[in-house]
Design a protein around this ligand. Sequence first.
Ligand SMILES: Nc1ncnc2c1ncn2[C@@H]1O[C@H](COP(=O)(O)OP(=O)(O)OP(=O)(O)O)[C@@H](O)[C@H]1O
Length: 252
Amino acid sequence: MLKANHVSVVYGDTMVVQDVSFHIAMGDWFMILGPNGAGKSSLLKALTGVISSQGKVELLGQAVQSYRPAERAQAIGFLSQVQAPSYAYRVEDVVQLGRYAYHNGPFARLKQVDQQKVAEALALTGLETMRQRTLDELSGGEVQRVFLAQVFAQDPQVLLLDEPTNHLDLAYQEEILSHIEHWLNQGNRAVISVMHDLTLARAYGNRGLLLANGRVIRQGNLSNVLSSANLEAAYGFDVQSLMQGRMKLWDV
Ligand SMILES: Nc1ncnc2c1ncn2[C@@H]1O[C@H](COP(=O)(O)OP(=O)(O)OP(=O)(O)O)[C@@H](O)[C@H]1O
C-alpha cells in the first residue's frame, strides 16, 4: 500500500535521511527505530509529503506529493509528537475536526456519516463519557487519546505516529497502543510509527527498520532487525545487555 523508493531528506546542506527504500502492506505495523537524531521524524514527515524529499513515496499506487491536501488527509492520518492545545476545546470538537478533510471548511455542518465516524472514534478510544469535557480538564494521557480519536475519525488507511506513547505512564502506553492495534485489526489499514521503546516496538510491531545517521542499518521482520549486532551498530553500545541487566533488577 505504501512504497518508499530511494527517499532522502536534506536540510540546508545536510542530508539527514539517506536513500531509504521499503514497502508496507495492509495489516503491517511498521516501526521506525533508532537513536536521537537518526532521522526518524524526518523520514516520517517525508512519507506524508508535508516536507520535501528526494526519491518517491507512493501511496495506494499514486505519488504522495501529487495528492491534493484533502485527498491526502483522507488517506493518511498523522499524529505528531507534541500536542499543545492553546485553547480549552471540548473533546468532541477536537475529534470532529478529524472530518475536516471531507468538507468545505471547518465550520461545515456534519453529515450523518461524519457523526458516525466521530462516535466510532470516541468509542474506540474510550472517550464517550468525556466528550463534553474540555482539554484543560484532562490528564496528559487523556489528551493524547483525544488526538488519537481525531485521526481515527479522519478514517485514513494509513496512520503515521511520531512517538505515540511519549510522556505516558505504563498503563496509558498499553492503552494507547491497544487502541491503535484494535484500529489496525479492522482491516485494510496499516500503521507506521516512530518508537524509542524497543520492547513496545517488539510487542506491537511486525516489521520495521533501524536508522542511524540517516542510513538504514537493517529492515524487515523486527525479530531480525532488533538483533544484538544491529542494535549495537545503531546505538554504539550493547543495548541488549543493558536491557537484560535492567530486567535483573526486578528479580526477587
Ligand atoms: N527543520 C529542520 N531543519 C534543520 N535540521 C533539522 C530540522 N529538523 C530536524 N533537523 C535535524 O535533522 C536530524 C534528524 O532529526 P529528526 O528529528 O528527523 O531525528 P529523530 O531520529 O526523529 O530524532 P529524535 O529521536 O531525537 O526525535 C537532526 O540532526 C536534527 O537536528
